[in-house]
Design a protein around this ligand. Structure first.
Ligand code: XMP
Ligand code: MG
Length: 178
């Protein structure tokens, strides 16, 4: 599987150090509170686990699955595949994402949680791809900025593969027929 990767963009070590750093920052920010951390499935799963295990305050976890992507292109249309089990009203929401590309997924989620009367909403994303932006959304915390390339690994997939890589990489073009 690793032979299908052209280049490692962000190493396992860099990711783990960043998770420690963000975890410490969130521990300060949410001290004495009980935030609701919401992971956006499936991509945010490894990042969410690695960041939240570094957070030194009580928190609740829930997951949402929304889809706007098939293959390598965003359809631009967001739909809820799995909703939360938890009430959002009055809660401090911490959205955890793998990557912000167009920003359409997150602007949809932020609007939804505002409508559901969250007390506060913060966004933590492992990756930011500013070149893809189609909405005005900005994350409160960004792990790494990435160039305008399709990246895989550490939660991010190409046709459901590569999510289990411990690093972020770029696929060889022959893998997707490019
Ligand atoms: P938007 O465009 O709504 O997209 O900000 C967010 C979701 O799109 C997926 N995405 C990617 N997945 N490599 C991937 O594997 C990429 O380079 C990439 N860019 C966007 C991802 O699921 C993200 O949550
Ligand atoms: Mg995602």
């Amino acid at each position: 599987m690793h032979s299908e990767i052209k280049e490692v963009l962000i190493s396992e070590k860099q990711i783990q150090e960043k998770c420690k750093e963000i975890g410490a920052q969130l521990s300060e920010e949410y001290k004495g509170r009980f935030p609701l951390a919401i992971g956006v499935l499936k991509g945010a799963m490894p990042f969410m686990a690695d960041v939240l295990k570094r957070v030194d305050t009580h928190l609740e976890m829930d997951f949402m699955d929304v889809s706007s992507y098939s293959g390598m292109k965003s359809s631009g249309e967001v739909k809820i595949v799995k909703d939360l089990d938890t009430q959002v009203e009055g809660r401090d929401i911490l959205i955890i994402e793998d990557i912000i590309d167009s920003g359409l997924t997150l602007s949809y989620l932020v609007d939804l949680f505002k409508y559901r009367q969250a007390n506060s909403i913060k966004i933590v994303t492992l990756l930011d791809k500013p070149a893809g932006r189609k909405s005005a959304i900005k994350a409160d915390t960004i792990g790494f900025e990435v160039p305008d390339e399709f990246v895989v690994g550490y939660g991010l997939d190409y046709n459901e593969k590569y999510r289990n890589l411990p690093y972020i990489g770029i696929l060889k073009p022959e893998v997707y027929g490019g």
